[in-house]
Design a protein around this ligand. Structure first.
Ligand SMILES: CC(C)(COP(=O)(O)OP(=O)(O)OC[C@H]1O[C@@H](n2cnc3c(N)ncnc32)[C@H](O)[C@@H]1OP(=O)(O)O)[C@@H](O)C(=O)NCCC(=O)NCCS
Length: 157
């Protein structure tokens, strides 16, 4: 039986094409332009942009299968994006990333993690609820197409 190795690390230039591909597959046309991704990875001082990579056996190289980006502002954090390659949804990889985000926030004494999610994105809403997030309010017409967002909050403790 083969072992699955998981690694989470800061995103680097070499990850750009994998990130773009996952973003486009997850969000169809994609929501970030390449320059937005580069800004988040390299320039935004409050951003924490990570990738999750897997290897089926340790001799084979790692392959990037997801990413996340969260911003730190004083005692709170905002998850701007989290995505896993669609072939690998519901295999606990998003949870591995979320656990890492939570632990990082805990270590930095961040008190709240917040996010917005489309009200139609049931898998993501379930995912966030499973990680302890609660819906605090609805932000009407938050997205370009007029869709509402749930504003969700998790207390770090
Ligand atoms: C949201 C996302 C990051 C979750 O990552 P994932 O690796 O697929 O999720 P996990 O396997 O860690 O799932 C953890 C929990 O989330 C929920 N969940 C995940 N996928 C789900 C699905 N397709 N339907 C319903 N619930 C789902 C379940 O509660 C699951 O717990 P369970 O395994 O006990 O059933 C992933 O689905 C994704 O990339 N979606 C597209 C991009 C996106 O919408 N990002 C969020 C933008 S706000």
């Amino acid at each position: 039986m083969q072992n699955l190795f998981i690694n989470i690390r800061k995103a680097e230039d070499k990850d750009l094409s994998a990130i773009k591909q996952i973003e486009q597959l997850c969000f169809h046309s994609g929501i970030w332009k390449e320059e937005n991704i580069i800004y988040e990875m390299k320039e935004n001082p409050v951003a924490n942009f990570w990738v999750i990579e897997i290897s089926i056996d340790s001799e084979e190289g790692y392959r990037v299968v997801g990413f996340s980006d969260y911003w730190e502002t004083f005692d709170s954090a905002t998850i701007c994006q989290i995505a896993i390659h669609p072939y690998l949804h519901h295999k606990q990889l998003g949870s591995a990333l979320m656990d890492e985000i939570y632990n990082d926030c805990y270590a930095k004494k961040i008190r709240f993690i917040t996010l917005e999610v489309r009200v139609s994105n049931t898998p993501a809403i379930n995912f966030y609820k499973k990680h302890g997030f609660e819906i605090e309010t609805v932000k009407p017409h938050y997205y370009d197409n007029g869709e509402d967002a749930y504003y969700m909050v998790l207390k770090v403790k």
